[in-house]
Write a protein that binds this ligand. Sequence first.
Ligand SMILES: *Cc1c(COP(=O)(O)O)cnc(C)c1O
Length: 695
Amino acid sequence: MDGSALPPLPDRISGLAELAYNLWWSWNPEARELWRALDLQAYREAGHNPIRILRLVRAEALARAAEDSEFLRRYDRVMERFRAEACPLPPETPRVAYFSAEFGVHVSLPMYAGGLGILAGDTLKEGSDLGLPLVGVGLVYSQGYVRQRIRDDGWQEEVSAPLSTADYPIRPVVDGSGRPVQFAVPPFDPPVHVAVWQARVGRVPLYLLTTDLPENAPWDREISGRLYTGDLEGRLRQELVLGIGGMRALEALGVPVGALHLNEGHPAFAALERWAMAIRRGLGWREALEEVRRTTLFTTHTPLRAGTDVFPYPLIERYLHGYLEQARIPREEFLALGLDPENPGAGFNMTAFAIRVSRETNAVSARHAEVARRIWARVRTDGEPVAIRGITNGVHLPTWVEPLRIQRLFDRYLGPAWRERPDDPAVWEKVGEIPDAELWRVHEERKGAMLAEIASRSRRRWAGGSAGAAWAVASGAFLDPRVLTLGFARRFTGYKRPTLLFHDRDRLARILTNPLRPVQIIFAGKAHPADLEGKRLLQEVYRAALDPKFGGRIALVEEYDQHLAKYLVAGVDVWLNTPLPPLEASGTSGMKASVNGVPVLSVLDGWWPEGFTGTNGWAFGGEEVDGDRTGADAEALYRILEEEIVPLYYDRGPDEVPHGFVRVMKEAIRTVAPRFSARRMMGEYAALYRDALGI
Ligand SMILES: *Cc1c(COP(=O)(O)O)cnc(C)c1O
């Protein structure tokens, strides 16, 4: 179950074990190369998971590596940087405890459903790069998030593949005498026990709690079974373990918590437990609450009131009655903090609670801040309306700029500055110096790599005998590297409008099957298991992919995850985004695409009103309108494709390079990389951390 399960390593390269248990390697190309160099086949078979690589690699290969001077030279260089860049901060440093229900750091630790988790992962990585005193707190889900299987009729099924904790790059946290840290989480009666695992994200420890322990009854073991369980009581139980259990874990580990950062409302009970802790230290409940408020930050991610967890009062009463009494927190005061004035009878609102216990609430884009202020205008603290500020999301560039080709291109033309000061716009001015033909060749190479990845996924399923011929066609058999390729990859759900393009099927068919200038579209994304509308949309896309009318120019790729995302955001030609305004809080996949030179075609919603300059992509339809806007938005979309993007893409010079299109690609990189980097985002958060920590 722990690190001892790794096979013995030759002394000379024994540091590989430590490297395997720190996800730092995943955003450092040289370290990544080291795993590939050790055993490329094992690297692929192990799904890029070093723990599994070290179990798969043969002893002779290890022995050979330990004597191979070229390998050792790399190893020494990587280990030297690893020790410098991933060394933990001194244990007495006051920490910002960053709580999130999901963390998407790397495919080898699948504890995320989508954008919220990827953002949390990027936050920890950038925090490590910047040396910020962060610790992450979350849950380790024994079954991860759902795995998607698209049936031959296009309906999504979820297969649950129980994951083996022993395969994750995490280790149990042990106390001074080597025993696993384990304790009962207070509000539960009979008690629910949790154990704590640790992942390392560079310098930043990530503590993950589990209830999947033999001491617990089956129902309780299930609490950390699956990300976002459907029923309300299950969610409440999960959020109690995350929030209250998470704070208790930090206390048990002796981590000095100076500030709390709540990533979305799910972990907000962490603030409740901090309140109780301050009372235990001797403060009165009022002062204790004031202390929590001085040192808590809350990031809200949803522009939909309905996207918030609201727990019926009887449930809250049942689980928290005894806890509140014991903590000497007045019940009425606590319940008032979770009251939504727009809907007072509905129950305890986690977003309202998080807003009221925080020093500052921020939204994830400027536009989202306006919407959030409107939604939560009546949630007040001490009679003051809440001031919600936007800190627009950003993406961790070392993770999302494709490492094999594009990072090397940046190294060559921008120098080390793009890694050292990624948020400095001056650094990115040099993108103009990259020769058009060189950027275009690199892009074509990435497109080929993406198509090869898609084909190999389909082939694996086909060869496994579980897919029919129709499925194989729908999954991309006819994709063509020479054709202008749009990418649409995100959660399948109503407001993202994945089928907007199908509004006028004849017109779309004309665009896709134009004999001289065809277009193809790659779709990917999961629907939440309970979202039947999302599944219906997915099926509609699948059926379109099989409709001869569209000439095999539509593909639906199964099992969208971080790994596939990396191929898509660097491999398609244009990144498509069609949310219904104002429901996209930020969106980050368009940022990932832009920094790889893949321009965005998007509704002006989320981050795009801030990102769009007029020359770095394409935009339409941002205003909020009453009534059905589908026709108008689809019309705008077709027009931009027909009149702007298609001609620009196919207008080739004598050198076969579409210089006009490449100009947009360069503008996308130049303008998006600095402003929508996680470095810029974390700079803004770091200023808040300093205020909250009083340093
Ligand atoms: C970036 C990312 C997302 C979020 O994309 P949005 O644009 O916010 O919808 C979701 N899933 C994966 C795997 C990602 O990499």
